[in-house]
Design a protein around this ligand. Structure first.
Ligand SMILES: Nc1ncnc2c1ncn2[C@@H]1O[C@H](COP(=O)(O)OP(=O)(O)OP(=O)(O)O)[C@@H](O)[C@H]1O
Ligand SMILES: [Mg+2]
Length: 283
Protein backbone atom coordinates (compact mmCIF):
# COMPACT_ATOMS: atom_id res chain seq x y z
CA UNK A 1 0.00 0.00 0.00
CA UNK A 2 1.06 3.56 -0.66
CA UNK A 3 1.71 6.20 2.00
CA UNK A 4 -1.51 7.93 3.01
CA UNK A 5 -1.93 11.41 1.50
CA UNK A 6 -3.71 12.57 4.60
CA UNK A 7 -3.75 11.18 8.07
CA UNK A 8 -5.69 12.14 11.17
CA UNK A 9 -4.36 11.04 14.56
CA UNK A 10 -6.78 11.11 17.49
CA UNK A 11 -8.46 14.30 16.34
CA UNK A 12 -11.00 15.90 18.68
CA UNK A 13 -13.09 18.98 18.02
CA UNK A 14 -15.27 20.90 20.44
CA UNK A 15 -17.24 24.09 19.97
CA UNK A 16 -17.38 25.59 23.44
CA UNK A 17 -18.67 22.82 25.64
CA UNK A 18 -20.06 20.74 22.77
CA UNK A 19 -17.85 17.84 21.76
CA UNK A 20 -18.45 17.26 18.07
CA UNK A 21 -15.58 14.91 17.21
CA UNK A 22 -13.77 12.62 19.59
CA UNK A 23 -10.61 10.68 18.95
CA UNK A 24 -10.93 10.26 15.18
CA UNK A 25 -8.01 8.56 13.42
CA UNK A 26 -8.28 8.07 9.69
CA UNK A 27 -6.15 7.61 6.57
CA UNK A 28 -6.86 8.90 3.07
CA UNK A 29 -4.98 7.24 0.20
CA UNK A 30 -4.31 8.07 -3.43
CA UNK A 31 -6.64 6.48 -5.98
CA UNK A 32 -9.13 5.56 -3.29
CA UNK A 33 -12.66 6.80 -2.62
CA UNK A 34 -13.22 7.14 1.09
CA UNK A 35 -16.91 7.38 1.94
CA UNK A 36 -17.65 9.22 5.13
CA UNK A 37 -20.99 8.01 6.45
CA UNK A 38 -23.15 8.82 9.42
CA UNK A 39 -26.45 10.27 10.52
CA UNK A 40 -27.36 13.97 10.59
CA UNK A 41 -25.19 15.81 13.07
CA UNK A 42 -22.67 12.95 13.37
CA UNK A 43 -19.79 15.31 12.60
CA UNK A 44 -19.07 14.58 8.93
CA UNK A 45 -19.01 18.19 7.76
CA UNK A 46 -16.97 19.18 10.79
CA UNK A 47 -14.40 16.49 9.97
CA UNK A 48 -14.26 17.73 6.40
CA UNK A 49 -13.81 21.31 7.56
CA UNK A 50 -10.81 20.17 9.58
CA UNK A 51 -9.32 18.38 6.56
CA UNK A 52 -9.86 21.48 4.45
CA UNK A 53 -8.48 24.05 6.87
CA UNK A 54 -11.74 25.74 7.94
CA UNK A 55 -11.45 24.49 11.49
CA UNK A 56 -8.41 23.55 13.54
CA UNK A 57 -8.68 20.42 15.67
CA UNK A 58 -9.06 21.05 19.43
CA UNK A 59 -6.55 18.24 19.93
CA UNK A 60 -4.87 15.54 17.89
CA UNK A 61 -2.64 15.90 14.84
CA UNK A 62 -2.78 15.78 11.07
CA UNK A 63 -0.24 14.63 8.50
CA UNK A 64 -0.10 15.39 4.81
CA UNK A 65 2.31 13.39 2.64
CA UNK A 66 3.92 11.92 5.75
CA UNK A 67 4.66 15.29 7.37
CA UNK A 68 2.88 16.84 10.30
CA UNK A 69 0.74 19.77 9.21
CA UNK A 70 -1.41 22.36 10.91
CA UNK A 71 -3.78 24.09 8.52
CA UNK A 72 -4.55 27.64 9.61
CA UNK A 73 -6.79 28.41 6.65
CA UNK A 74 -8.42 26.84 3.60
CA UNK A 75 -5.58 28.37 1.60
CA UNK A 76 -3.09 26.32 3.64
CA UNK A 77 -5.02 23.17 2.85
CA UNK A 78 -5.29 23.98 -0.83
CA UNK A 79 -1.56 24.63 -1.04
CA UNK A 80 -1.23 20.99 0.08
CA UNK A 81 -3.39 19.91 -2.85
CA UNK A 82 -6.64 19.56 -0.93
CA UNK A 83 -9.72 20.81 -2.78
CA UNK A 84 -13.13 20.88 -1.15
CA UNK A 85 -16.62 21.20 -2.51
CA UNK A 86 -18.74 22.11 0.51
CA UNK A 87 -22.20 20.90 1.38
CA UNK A 88 -24.02 24.14 0.72
CA UNK A 89 -22.93 25.53 -2.62
CA UNK A 90 -19.37 26.74 -2.41
CA UNK A 91 -19.81 28.27 -5.83
CA UNK A 92 -20.81 31.87 -6.48
CA UNK A 93 -24.22 32.16 -8.16
CA UNK A 94 -23.67 35.68 -9.48
CA UNK A 95 -20.28 34.96 -11.00
CA UNK A 96 -19.69 33.78 -14.51
CA UNK A 97 -18.38 30.26 -15.07
CA UNK A 98 -14.95 31.62 -16.08
CA UNK A 99 -14.72 33.94 -13.06
CA UNK A 100 -15.80 31.36 -10.58
CA UNK A 101 -13.41 28.75 -12.02
CA UNK A 102 -10.44 31.06 -11.41
CA UNK A 103 -11.51 32.85 -8.26
CA UNK A 104 -8.35 33.61 -6.27
CA UNK A 105 -6.09 32.61 -9.19
CA UNK A 106 -7.27 34.90 -11.99
CA UNK A 107 -5.24 34.88 -15.20
CA UNK A 108 -4.25 38.42 -16.13
CA UNK A 109 -3.35 40.11 -19.39
CA UNK A 110 -1.85 43.42 -20.46
CA UNK A 111 0.94 45.42 -18.85
CA UNK A 112 0.82 47.21 -15.53
CA UNK A 113 -1.08 49.47 -14.76
CA UNK A 114 -3.50 48.13 -17.30
CA UNK A 115 -3.31 44.52 -16.22
CA UNK A 116 -6.75 43.02 -16.08
CA UNK A 117 -8.62 39.77 -15.82
CA UNK A 118 -8.20 37.73 -18.98
CA UNK A 119 -11.85 36.85 -19.44
CA UNK A 120 -11.45 35.04 -22.75
CA UNK A 121 -8.69 32.77 -21.50
CA UNK A 122 -10.50 32.05 -18.23
CA UNK A 123 -13.73 31.23 -20.05
CA UNK A 124 -12.10 28.98 -22.59
CA UNK A 125 -10.21 26.98 -19.95
CA UNK A 126 -13.27 26.67 -17.71
CA UNK A 127 -15.47 25.52 -20.57
CA UNK A 128 -12.80 23.10 -21.80
CA UNK A 129 -12.44 21.51 -18.35
CA UNK A 130 -16.20 21.12 -17.97
CA UNK A 131 -16.47 19.59 -21.42
CA UNK A 132 -13.68 17.18 -20.55
CA UNK A 133 -15.90 16.01 -17.69
CA UNK A 134 -18.74 15.35 -20.08
CA UNK A 135 -20.67 18.60 -19.61
CA UNK A 136 -20.83 19.31 -23.32
CA UNK A 137 -23.92 21.54 -23.19
CA UNK A 138 -21.92 24.36 -21.65
CA UNK A 139 -20.14 26.33 -24.35
CA UNK A 140 -20.30 29.89 -22.99
CA UNK A 141 -18.02 30.74 -20.06
CA UNK A 142 -19.87 34.04 -19.52
CA UNK A 143 -22.96 32.23 -18.27
CA UNK A 144 -23.72 32.76 -14.59
CA UNK A 145 -23.12 29.91 -12.19
CA UNK A 146 -26.56 30.52 -10.67
CA UNK A 147 -28.12 29.37 -13.93
CA UNK A 148 -26.34 26.00 -13.95
CA UNK A 149 -27.98 22.79 -12.83
CA UNK A 150 -26.79 21.11 -9.64
CA UNK A 151 -24.80 18.52 -11.58
CA UNK A 152 -23.19 21.15 -13.76
CA UNK A 153 -22.14 23.10 -10.68
CA UNK A 154 -20.59 19.97 -9.19
CA UNK A 155 -18.74 19.42 -12.47
CA UNK A 156 -17.48 23.00 -12.37
CA UNK A 157 -16.17 22.52 -8.84
CA UNK A 158 -14.62 19.14 -9.61
CA UNK A 159 -13.09 20.40 -12.87
CA UNK A 160 -11.60 23.30 -10.98
CA UNK A 161 -10.05 20.99 -8.39
CA UNK A 162 -8.57 18.73 -11.07
CA UNK A 163 -7.29 21.70 -13.10
CA UNK A 164 -5.44 23.17 -10.14
CA UNK A 165 -3.75 19.87 -9.43
CA UNK A 166 -5.61 18.71 -6.34
CA UNK A 167 -4.48 15.35 -5.03
CA UNK A 168 -7.27 15.15 -2.47
CA UNK A 169 -10.80 15.99 -3.54
CA UNK A 170 -13.36 16.35 -0.76
CA UNK A 171 -17.05 16.35 -1.62
CA UNK A 172 -19.70 16.99 1.03
CA UNK A 173 -22.98 15.45 -0.16
CA UNK A 174 -22.46 16.24 -3.83
CA UNK A 175 -25.44 14.18 -4.95
CA UNK A 176 -27.94 15.17 -2.24
CA UNK A 177 -29.92 17.67 -4.31
CA UNK A 178 -29.55 15.92 -7.65
CA UNK A 179 -31.85 13.85 -9.82
CA UNK A 180 -30.94 10.26 -10.67
CA UNK A 181 -29.23 11.10 -13.95
CA UNK A 182 -27.22 13.97 -12.58
CA UNK A 183 -26.21 12.01 -9.49
CA UNK A 184 -24.98 9.21 -11.77
CA UNK A 185 -22.95 11.77 -13.66
CA UNK A 186 -21.32 13.10 -10.51
CA UNK A 187 -20.51 9.54 -9.43
CA UNK A 188 -18.87 9.04 -12.81
CA UNK A 189 -16.80 12.20 -12.25
CA UNK A 190 -15.71 10.79 -8.92
CA UNK A 191 -14.58 7.59 -10.63
CA UNK A 192 -12.68 9.67 -13.19
CA UNK A 193 -10.88 11.59 -10.44
CA UNK A 194 -10.04 8.33 -8.68
CA UNK A 195 -8.63 6.89 -11.89
CA UNK A 196 -6.30 9.90 -12.12
CA UNK A 197 -4.88 8.84 -8.76
CA UNK A 198 -6.70 11.49 -6.77
CA UNK A 199 -7.88 10.58 -3.29
CA UNK A 200 -11.58 11.31 -2.99
CA UNK A 201 -13.37 11.84 0.30
CA UNK A 202 -17.10 11.55 -0.25
CA UNK A 203 -19.79 12.36 2.29
CA UNK A 204 -23.14 10.84 1.44
CA UNK A 205 -26.33 9.58 3.04
CA UNK A 206 -27.01 7.38 0.05
CA UNK A 207 -25.88 3.79 0.66
CA UNK A 208 -26.23 2.89 -3.01
CA UNK A 209 -24.00 5.77 -4.07
CA UNK A 210 -21.48 4.89 -1.40
CA UNK A 211 -21.39 1.24 -2.37
CA UNK A 212 -21.12 2.10 -6.06
CA UNK A 213 -17.98 4.20 -5.83
CA UNK A 214 -16.51 3.53 -2.38
CA UNK A 215 -13.28 1.63 -1.70
CA UNK A 216 -12.99 2.55 1.93
CA UNK A 217 -15.73 3.45 4.41
CA UNK A 218 -15.68 5.33 7.68
CA UNK A 219 -18.79 5.66 9.81
CA UNK A 220 -19.20 8.39 12.38
CA UNK A 221 -21.69 7.99 15.19
CA UNK A 222 -22.05 11.02 17.46
CA UNK A 223 -18.57 12.22 16.58
CA UNK A 224 -16.75 8.94 17.14
CA UNK A 225 -15.43 6.61 14.47
CA UNK A 226 -17.79 3.65 14.82
CA UNK A 227 -16.42 1.65 11.89
CA UNK A 228 -13.57 1.83 9.38
CA UNK A 229 -13.55 -0.87 6.72
CA UNK A 230 -12.89 -1.63 3.06
CA UNK A 231 -15.07 -2.69 0.17
CA UNK A 232 -16.50 -6.16 0.60
CA UNK A 233 -15.93 -6.34 4.35
CA UNK A 234 -19.52 -5.42 5.30
CA UNK A 235 -22.91 -6.14 3.79
CA UNK A 236 -25.29 -3.48 2.59
CA UNK A 237 -27.56 -4.09 5.61
CA UNK A 238 -24.70 -3.66 8.03
CA UNK A 239 -23.73 -0.39 6.35
CA UNK A 240 -27.30 0.93 6.36
CA UNK A 241 -27.57 0.05 10.01
CA UNK A 242 -24.34 1.80 10.89
CA UNK A 243 -25.35 4.88 8.92
CA UNK A 244 -28.63 5.18 10.74
CA UNK A 245 -26.82 5.25 14.03
CA UNK A 246 -26.84 1.49 14.51
CA UNK A 247 -28.42 0.99 17.87
CA UNK A 248 -31.22 3.52 17.28
CA UNK A 249 -32.35 1.52 14.27
CA UNK A 250 -32.06 -1.79 16.12
CA UNK A 251 -34.17 -0.35 18.95
CA UNK A 252 -36.89 0.77 16.56
CA UNK A 253 -36.96 -2.63 14.86
CA UNK A 254 -37.27 -4.35 18.23
CA UNK A 255 -40.15 -2.04 19.16
CA UNK A 256 -41.95 -2.73 15.91
CA UNK A 257 -41.49 -6.46 16.38
CA UNK A 258 -42.88 -6.27 19.90
CA UNK A 259 -45.85 -4.29 18.58
CA UNK A 260 -46.50 -6.86 15.88
CA UNK A 261 -46.39 -9.69 18.41
CA UNK A 262 -48.92 -7.88 20.58
CA UNK A 263 -51.16 -6.86 17.66
CA UNK A 264 -51.56 -10.03 15.58
CA UNK A 265 -48.79 -9.12 13.18
CA UNK A 266 -50.16 -5.66 12.32
CA UNK A 267 -47.59 -3.02 11.48
CA UNK A 268 -48.00 0.13 13.58
CA UNK A 269 -49.64 3.17 11.93
CA UNK A 270 -47.38 6.24 11.61
CA UNK A 271 -49.06 7.94 14.59
CA UNK A 272 -48.66 4.77 16.64
CA UNK A 273 -45.02 4.51 15.60
CA UNK A 274 -44.46 8.09 16.71
CA UNK A 275 -45.90 7.24 20.13
CA UNK A 276 -43.73 4.10 20.33
CA UNK A 277 -40.53 5.96 19.64
CA UNK A 278 -41.33 8.57 22.30
CA UNK A 279 -42.72 6.33 24.97
CA UNK A 280 -40.00 4.06 26.33
CA UNK A 281 -42.55 1.94 28.24
CA UNK A 282 -43.95 0.75 24.90
CA UNK A 283 -47.52 -0.41 24.21
N1 LIG B 1 -19.60 26.03 14.47
C1 LIG B 1 -20.30 25.22 15.26
N2 LIG B 1 -20.59 25.57 16.54
C2 LIG B 1 -21.28 24.75 17.35
N3 LIG B 1 -21.72 23.54 17.01
C3 LIG B 1 -21.46 23.13 15.77
C4 LIG B 1 -20.74 23.94 14.82
N4 LIG B 1 -20.62 23.25 13.68
C5 LIG B 1 -21.26 22.10 13.88
N5 LIG B 1 -21.76 22.00 15.11
C6 LIG B 1 -22.50 20.87 15.69
O1 LIG B 1 -21.72 19.72 15.51
C7 LIG B 1 -22.54 18.59 15.21
C8 LIG B 1 -22.03 17.95 13.94
O2 LIG B 1 -22.31 18.82 12.84
P1 LIG B 1 -21.89 18.46 11.35
O3 LIG B 1 -22.32 19.58 10.49
O4 LIG B 1 -20.46 18.09 11.33
O5 LIG B 1 -22.79 17.17 11.09
P2 LIG B 1 -22.95 16.31 9.77
O6 LIG B 1 -22.53 14.92 10.10
O7 LIG B 1 -22.29 16.96 8.63
O8 LIG B 1 -24.54 16.32 9.58
P3 LIG B 1 -25.42 16.36 8.22
O9 LIG B 1 -25.49 14.94 7.76
O10 LIG B 1 -26.74 16.82 8.72
O11 LIG B 1 -24.79 17.29 7.27
C9 LIG B 1 -23.96 19.11 15.13
O12 LIG B 1 -24.61 18.80 16.32
C10 LIG B 1 -23.78 20.60 14.96
O13 LIG B 1 -24.87 21.30 15.51
MG1 LIG C 1 -22.96 17.85 6.88
Amino acid sequence: MTEPLLKLNAVCKSFGTTDVLSDVSLEVRAGEVLCLLGDNGAGKSTLIKILSGFHEPSSGTMEAGGKKVCFKSPRDASSHGIATVHQFGGTFPLMSIGRSFFVGAEPLKGLWPLRRFDRKLANSIAVREMQALGITRITDGDRLVGGLSGGERQALAIGRAVHFGANVLILDEPTAALGVKEAAHVLRLIMQARQKGIAVVLVTHNVTHAMTVGDHFAVLIRGALAADFHKGERTREEITDLMAGGEAMAELEAEIEAYQLAHHGHTPEPAELERLTHDPSGP
